[in-house]
Design a protein around this ligand. Structure first.
Ligand SMILES: O=C[C@H](O)[C@H](O)[C@H](O)COP(=O)(O)O
Length: 225
């Protein structure tokens, strides 16, 4: 199986995690794109989607799925029992690096508003220690150099993502070389700096379930009791 076939298999497996008749939280990226395609085939069984990026919203609408505003959903007290998203890396504690597609801030927001976070990945995303993938940090443009200098003090090598603007009008610094021994501490620390919108460490709120696509099938962690 090639990587796209594995991503598709993980995406398909996520259908078994959904709650019939409920709103679905939808992440972003190439793995999620496959999930949106499958979701379109069973759109009559969901009450719409809350999306984490303009790209995912467009794809959901193309597949005939209603995209709901998070503010409306929360104000109405409607639950989002399941949030489905990919990751750039995930460790054995289900902590993740996300934001390779630049959607990290809205992903963190929708995940925070949702119940079960279901992460869908091919086996290449599974790591012992986070940090081989450069850590994305969304930054207010005027704070770029201030935040970059602090990231260098941490031992990182920040590079501005060229020609990229997030859905929120900000920039992304991709940070190589960080030794991420304590993901929660690093997430908390970087998030506190003025000018940082979101750091792409999803550690204080890890995934609840990961579906790992391997050539011999899907591994679910934790396994179903
Ligand atoms: O900003 C993008 C998201 O965090 C994605 O979930 C992540 O980059 C993984 O994307 P893909 O499924 O394309 O590898």
């Amino acid at each position: 199986m090639n990587q796209d076939e594995l991503k598709r298999a993980a995406a398909r497996a996520a259908l078994d995690e959904l709650v019939d008749g409920a709103i679905v939280g939808v992440g972003s990226g190439s793995t999620v794109n496959f999930f949106i395609d499958y979701l379109g085939e069973r759109r009559e069984r969901i009450a719409g989607a809350v999306s984490s990026s303009e790209k995912s919203s467009a794809r959901l609408r193309e597949r005939g799925i209603e995209v709901l505003e998070l503010n409306d959903v929360v104000a109405a007290g409607r639950p989002i029992p399941v949030y489905v998203d990919g990751a750039d890396e995930i460790d054995t504690g289900l902590r993740m690096i996300k934001g390779g597609g630049g959607a990290l801030t809205r992903e963190k927001i929708v995940a925070a508003a949702s119940g079960c976070f279901v992460c869908i990945v091919d086996a290449s995303k599974l790591v012992e220690r986070l940090g081989a993938f450069p850590l994305p940090v969304e930054v207010i443009p005027m704070a770029r150099e201030l935040v970059a200098s602090r990231l260098r003090e941490l031992g990182g090598r920040p590079v501005e993502r060229a020609g990229f603007v997030t859905d929120n009008g900000n920039l992304i610094l991709d940070v190589a070389g960080l030794g991420i021994d304590d993901p929660v501490a690093m997430e908390t620390r970087i998030n506190q700096w003025p000018g940082v919108v979101t750091v792409g460490l999803f550690a204080s709120r890890p995934a609840d379930v990961v579906l790992i696509a391997k050539p011999d099938g899907i591994e679910r962690r934790p396994s179903r009791g």
